[in-house]
Design a protein around this ligand. Structure first.
Ligand code: COA
Length: 257
């Protein structure tokens, strides 16, 4: 891998998009590598995955505009599909995903962050969708995931105007879960990932699937799905261990079984 690095520590995988001379902009190779790393991780079953950008300035400053400029409509479609497949591995993966947004998260960068379950922003993070200023539109999921997260009015304002917003405004509209001092986004994401990793991994996975279902279905079907996932937990050793540990007044040790 030239542009995507993977580290594993205590059950938490950190994926770093590393193309610093171009502010980590996503060309087709970066997107392919990101997809490949995320796919490989599903087999490894970490307890949480963090995605971040290398360096101090950018999470990801967008899709590579120089590369996009050369694309035919069919190549653009293929690229969008590649991006959709890679980003789906973040929100559709059973493993919780956290974006540590350490700087520019523009266009495709904002779309990668949006595909994560949780976004931690450093004070210097800048979010936005400048695509319309280039005569194109967000093509890696932005028009679909942003309205679901922040509501259609705010999403349309951001997408139609291309206006960039800082970390505090991103927090206000729920685009960022929390804001931390400059340079601290990755550390904060690691702390949160360890909290998640300490919980029953099967229950966390089933809870993610149930929460995702809330976005895709009506309430009655969602509640039925939740009841099934809830019941499924009771077939696991983790549930015996977790509830047993509470009753026996000791700390639970989850094995993911
Ligand atoms: N695509 C391709 N290259 C990009 C890029 C992108 N999305 N974002 C930054 N870069 C490159 C720049 O071309 C420059 O390369 P160079 O040194 O070879 O000229 C390098 O990264 C550094 O960027 P630069 O523009 O010099 O930094 P800056 O601090 O002046 O500005 C930004 C930072 C993010 C405001 C500016 O780079 C920018 O507007 N980028 C494009 C953002 C965008 O429209 N993203 C959505 C695309 S869909």
């Amino acid at each position: 891998m030239d542009f995507v690095k993977l580290e594993r520590e205590d059950g938490v995988a950190t994926v770093t998009i590393d193309r610093q001379d171009k502010l980590n902009a996503l060309n087709p190779q970066v997107v392919e590598e990101l997809g490949q790393v995320l796919l490989d991780l599903e087999g490894d079953s970490p307890r949480a995955v963090i995605v971040t950008g290398a360096g101090e300035r950018a999470f990801v400053a967008g899709v590579d505009i120089a590369a996009m400029r050369e694309m035919s409509p069919l190549e653009a479609k293929r690229f969008a599909e590649l991006g959709h497949a890679a980003t789906a591995l973040l929100d559709r993966s059973p493993i919780p995903t956290i974006a540590a947004v350490n700087g520019f998260a523009l266009g495709g960068g904002c779309e990668v962050a949006l595909a994560c379950d949780i976004r931690i922003a450093s004070e210097n993070a800048l979010f936005g969708f400048p695509e319309v200023s280039l005569g194109i539109l967000p093509g890696l999921g932005g028009t679909q995931r942003l309205p679901r997260l922040v509501g259609p009015g705010i999403a349309k304002e951001m997408i139609f105007s291309g206006r960039k917003i800082g970390a505090d405004e991103a927090r206000m509209i729920n685009l960022a879960n929390r804001v931390v001092p400059r340079g601290e986004a990755l550390n904060e994401a690691k702390k949160l990932a360890s909290e998640i990793a300490a919980n029953g991994p099967i229950s966390v996975r089933l809870a993610k699937a149930a929460a995702n279902r809330a976005l895709d279905t009506d309430l009655i079907s969602g509640l039925e799905y939740e009841a099934d996932q809830f019941a499924l937990c009771f077939s696991t050793e983790d549930a015996c261990e977790g509830m047993g540990a509470f009753v026996e007044k000791r700390k639970a040790r989850f094995e993911g079984r």
